[in-house]
Design a protein around this ligand. Structure first.
Ligand code: ZN
Length: 265
């Protein structure tokens, strides 16, 4: 067709929420997880080096050196982590351009609600005191973060309307969203790990997202026995129980994920 080449689409990026097309410059630079939840100056944990170092006498000597007496293993390994294993990966935090500015601003209201959950360590006694709409926004904040997770690109999530409609209380789609509170068992030597990822099982798929305090699993099948953590929809109930890594069999899916990531190297 004459002039066909002029039809090149300039608005090339599609917003994951409103699904309209935008120029790259009209897209937002959104943080996943939210910046306020520890997503700043992300460092990469060199797993391969870590395994090697853990095996070496030099490191064992260093970790248990007499200068470290009276310091917790977390303090010692924290320094060790900074000095030996960390490389700055995302100095501005982890961001993506999956949303238009308007949608990112809209979802910011959900992030504000989530901040309450985060700041209060998810404590049921406090969170249950918030209005239902706030608790609903906390849940939606996390569902929405998955729109920016690189491993989720191309997924046609069925919770878009649930996110767009601020007051919609029910979601009956195929995805379940589960939450684990970080503890010593989820974080090797107290080192949190904010990597996103995907795990594939015969039954379906799990997308991983985490912040400094919580780890989330978005999955399209029923959790296996002993691996079931807090279903985020339970925040709408009168009360709920937080689940930590130690409450789960072998660390649950997070344990699997850590092993999967280590073997990748
Ligand atoms: Zn949009």
């Amino acid at each position: 067709m004459i002039g066909g080449s002029n039809l090149k689409r300039k608005r090339s990026k599609q917003c994951a929420l409103c699904e309209n097309f935008f120029k790259n410059s009209e897209m937002s630079e959104e943080h996943y997880p939210a910046k306020s939840t520890g997503n700043e100056d992300i460092v990469a944990l060199d797993f391969g080096k870590m395994v090697d170092l853990m095996m070496s006498e030099k490191v064992i000597e260093k970790l248990f050196h007499k200068d470290n007496q009276g310091r917790t293993l977390e303090e010692v390994s924290g320094n060790f982590f900074d000095e030996e294993l960390a490389q700055t990966l995302y100095p501005q935090g982890r961001t993506a351009r999956s949303l238009c500015r308007q949608c990112n601003t809209f979802l910011g209201k959900y992030d504000e609600a989530y901040k309450k959950f985060f700041d209060n360590d998810g404590a049921p006694s406090i969170i249950k005191g918030y209005q239902k709409l706030t608790r609903l926004k906390i849940i939606k904040a996390i569902f929405a973060k998955y729109l920016s997770v690189p491993e989720c690109k191309g997924q046609n999530f069925d919770f878009i309307t649930f996110l767009q409609e601020e007051n919609q209380e029910t979601y009956e789609g195929k995805w379940g969203l589960y939450c684990i509170k970080r503890d010593y068992s989820t974080d090797l030597f107290g080192l949190g790990h904010l990597t996103t990822g995907v795990m594939t099982y015969e039954e379906g798929v799990i997308f991983v997202l985490s912040d400094e305090k919580f780890i989330f699993h978005l999955m399209d099948f029923e959790p296996h026995e002993g691996y079931r953590s807090l279903n985020m929809m339970e925040l709408l109930n009168k009360t709920y129980t937080l689940i930590s890594g130690r409450d789960l069999h072998d660390g649950g899916y997070h344990g699997h994920f850590m092993i999967q990531e280590m073997l990748k190297v």
